[in-house]
Design a protein around this ligand. Sequence first.
Ligand code: 5GP
Length: 116
Amino acid sequence: MAEETIFSKIIRQEIPTPLLYQDELVSAFRDISPQAKCHILIIPNKLIPTVNDVEESDELALGRMFTVARKLAEEEGIDENGYRLIMNCNKHGGQEVYHIHMHLLGGESLGKMLSV
Ligand code: 5GP
């Protein structure tokens, strides 16, 4: 059984982080340490620690993450200029919170994809 992270507490609103979106499958809220003018995290409500743990039965939630990203990008007014979606996996991917999440970043030009 994977260990819960702070994201599960945010989903259940035990930590009062304003939710930009929530349904039965996914939740979205602003990143606490934004790396761009707009930085939103979109996460499955189910605890999936890393992308390595994704199963076929998760496909509905994972697909929902993309439609929510599209809706939030529109609401934030960043859809026309564009944005970046990132999912980090494990140490080399720079993952810090072991509950998978999609970063939605935009509101300004983000430059090249990687700066290593
Ligand atoms: P990772 O590096 O795992 O892909 O990204 C984790 C993200 O979660 C980081 O961008 C970090 O700022 C964000 N984060 C960590 N703890 C919290 C929190 O308690 N609240 C919010 N809103 N974001 C968090």
